[in-house]
Design a protein around this ligand. Structure first.
Ligand SMILES: [Zn+2]
Length: 351
């Protein structure tokens, strides 16, 4: 098992776009888009450290207040990455409320917003309850690559897509995954417990071989404890494998540039979560709304060579026959003869 993230399409494939990605044993979660968040418990919302916002159409952004209400009186920072215009849009939304009681909060939320622009420019700003969410200076930087956040354990990439407005697609990837073998652990006379989390952190931070690790676990005889060097665990009980990669694509017109960018981002991903809004028979409607058809989404998943694909953001017009979207996507993904969509114009499918 090399899952770093537990994924939940919060409103299923037919409701507002929201993907909750819980970082296993990481004590935090990522939220892709802010559609209706009502099904998410406050406990889960309080795990959200980062919001990855594709764009600010209502169905992707209307849940913002729910996150705000749950996190408002907590001493925490939530990072939000979004497309051009996100800083002002969030600031305007916050400015529509009265914050005269802000000083009475002992603990207070801060939002750190990063905007990714088509030009490679980035804009960064903070909005804090302590400042009544007044927008301060906006910092400008410029970057050539797609990495928008780099941490010891994780990388987040973003590309700008065309949805008649700028829209972001994201890749969330664990750099390396530490796989612990239970049977090998038991062979050393050790038991599983929360201590393994520290082992993983120490391995990923390349701590020295002689780093003492205190193993503590429950057994039939009660709580047991033993201290072992990290090097022994590294040699005997764990493997380091490439990390899991989750790619999130919505909403996206079927254009050559979008196709190239999605393929570059999604190539070899473990899971591609992708909009499949319309049936290919309604392609004209998909074009008019700058969305993908299920066939196009399945074709992208196949060309990118992803391990699994989760379609979502089905148009409500297919109520009662949503399975047709799922089937059309599967046919294109599995590459059954004649099923994949023709690529737009001058698209180049290369490495
Ligand atoms: Zn949209």
């Amino acid at each position: 098992m090399r899952s770093a993230f537990e994924l939940e399409l919060v409103n299923g494939p037919t409701g507002d776009p929201v993907l909750f990605a819980d970082l296993i044993q990481g004590g935090r979660a990522f939220l892709f888009d802010l559609g209706d968040l009502a099904p998410l418990s406050p406990r889960k919302l309080l795990r959200v450290s980062d919001v990855l916002l594709s764009h600010t159409h209502l169905d992707h952004f209307c849940g913002f207040e729910r996150l705000l209400r749950v996190a408002l009186g907590r001493e925490r920072t939530i990072r939000l990455i979004g497309p051009e215009g996100t800083i002002e849009r969030v600031a305007w939304r916050l400015a529509s409320y009265n914050w005269n009681l802000a000083a009475s909060y002992r603990e207070a939320l801060t939002l750190e917003i990063l905007e990714i622009l088509e030009s490679g420019a980035r804009r960064r700003a903070r909005l804090a309850l302590r400042d009544r969410f007044r927008l301060g200076p906006v910092e400008h930087t410029s970057h050539a690559d797609t990495v928008v956040r780099a941490e010891p354990r994780l990388t987040i990439r973003a590309v700008v897509l065309d949805h008649a407005i700028p829209c972001l697609a994201f890749a969330l990837e664990e750099r390396q995954h530490v796989q612990i073998w239970r049977n090998r652990l038991e062979a050393l006379g050790l038991g599983i417990g929360p201590w393994l989390r520290y082992v993983k952190e120490a391995v990923l931070q390349e701590a020295p071989e002689d780093t003492p690790i205190t193993a503590r676990w429950r057994s039939a005889e009660g709580v047991r404890e033993r201290t072992v060097p990290l090097g022994l665990l590294r040699r005997e009980v764990l493997d380091i494998v490439p990390g899991q990669r989750v790619v999130y694509v919505t909403d996206c017109a079927w254009t050559a540039r979008n196709v190239e960018r999605v393929l570059a981002l999604a190539r070899g991903a473990d899971t591609l979560v992708i909009e499949a809004a319309f049936l290919d028979a309604d392609r004209a409607q998909a074009r008019a709304r700058h969305h993908l058809t299920a066939r196009e989404a399945g074709t992208l998943a196949r060309l990118a060579g992803v391990r699994r694909v989760l379609p979502f953001h089905f148009s409500p017009r297919y109520a009662g026959r949503f399975h047709l979207l799922e089937e059309e996507l599967r046919r294109a993904f599995e590459g059954r003869p004649g099923a994949p969509a023709d690529l737009p114009g001058d698209v180049r499918v290369g490495a």
